[in-house]
Design a protein around this ligand. Sequence first.
Ligand code: GLN
Length: 306
Amino acid sequence: MSSHTLLEELVEIARPFASYGKVANYIPALSDQNPDDLAICIYSIDNESFYAGDHLKKFTLQSISKVIALALVLMDNGEEEVFSKVGMEPTGDPFNSIAKLETHKPSKPLNPMINAGALAVTNMIKGNTGMDKWERLIEFISHLTGENVTYNEDVAYSELQTANLNRSLCYFMKQHGVITGNVEDLLVLYTKQCAVEMNCVDLAKIGAVFANDGWDAESGKQLISRDVARICKTFMVTCGMYNNSGEFAIKVGIPAKSGVSGGIMGSVPGRCGIGIFGPALDEVGNSLAGVKLLEGLSAKYSWSIF
Ligand code: GLN
């Protein structure tokens, strides 16, 4: 059976699980996504791609952008500075929780994959103006995909209007010196970052660069340093699937990062990147059918890193 046919079969086995999930609606513009969509691309580190489902359909990165921004910021500022503002430990709390910011000392976010930590990371993107920072980020993402990537203005605006929880995380962190500068400007940048739009082929391509220790075979360039790629993949294992990362590590065992749009980026070290889109989410915010699909795929190809 060809790889394409096998992928189509795995998609059809996973698709019914979407009916147990719900599309995110706390960002109003995400609520009109079709819960039955499911698409996947596998992109090998030497640029071969296989896909199934509607692989050209675009979606926004949401939390998947956290890994990419982290890679840029680590290369910009170095580990020492970045980890003086954000920790390295997983949390059992939801991604948007504020609780540990107050109870955990020192008063910095536990890790860069939760909203508080991601906001602190985005605050460290280098640039003189918000526009400079945005241009550096979108250029970096475009290099990773090899395409001219843009963002979805409606989704960014919709989130900016309703991001009061993220606003409060920012003000709390500003009071404690974790972030600096104007909070509204940071939220504009963060919501654009989350609204970066692509299809699952582009996403799989980024996953392949991480899988290949930062080396991009297509352009023949080291787009992310080896060390930074290693750190990012480690966070994907420990915190990438929110407060379900432990169960995911056991059942799938692939470094992965999900977003509330229903995207998942996977990175199988030394082999391939995986891009998935399936917007019906489970209760922690991971694509329900997407996780089922990864379970099937990991079992079939023995891709668990453990
Ligand atoms: N933009 C979203 C937020 O900040 C990203 C969250 C997510 O994908 N989990 O709420």
